[in-house]
Design a protein around this ligand. Structure first.
Ligand SMILES: [Mg+2]
Length: 120
């Protein structure tokens, strides 16, 4: 099994506008429940990669961040590959395969409204 975990707002604290305020090289503090979850997956033998929209200039720093907070350097990528079994991301919503049906549409719409209000 292989899981892809988003970085900003999923594994590390990020607020809308932080990128413009602090630039690409400042990384947020760990979000402990997600850090614990990733550690548990690794103990179970699940491969975990960091999936991020950040510019590759910050990938080495993110990998170092995972060493500091998770205990191992995780691979960082922005490529969605066939062998990834699941994605964990604050902006992702599940679509039932081959139906176009979004799971929990109300939550999805609330989320979209939140981001639009923040100007993202
Ligand atoms: Mg995110």
């Amino acid at each position: 099994m292989k899981y892809a975990v988003d970085f900003d707002s999923t594994l590390a604290v990020y607020h809308p506008g932080d990128f413009h305020k602090y630039g690409p090289l400042i990384l947020g503090e760990p979000i402990e429940p997600m850090v614990r979850q990733v550690k548990a997956w690794l103990r179970q033998g699940i491969e975990v990669v960091i999936f991020t929209a950040r510019d590759p200039i910050s990938w080495a720093l993110i990998s170092k961040w995972t060493e500091e907070h998770i205990g191992t350097r995780l691979m960082v990528t922005n490529v969605k590959t066939w062998d990834i079994d699941a994605f964990y991301d604050d902006k992702t919503f599940h679509v039932i395969p081959n139906t176009g049906e979004i799971v929990d549409t109300d939550l999805y719409l609330q989320y979209k409204a939140f981001w639009l209000e923040k100007g993202n």
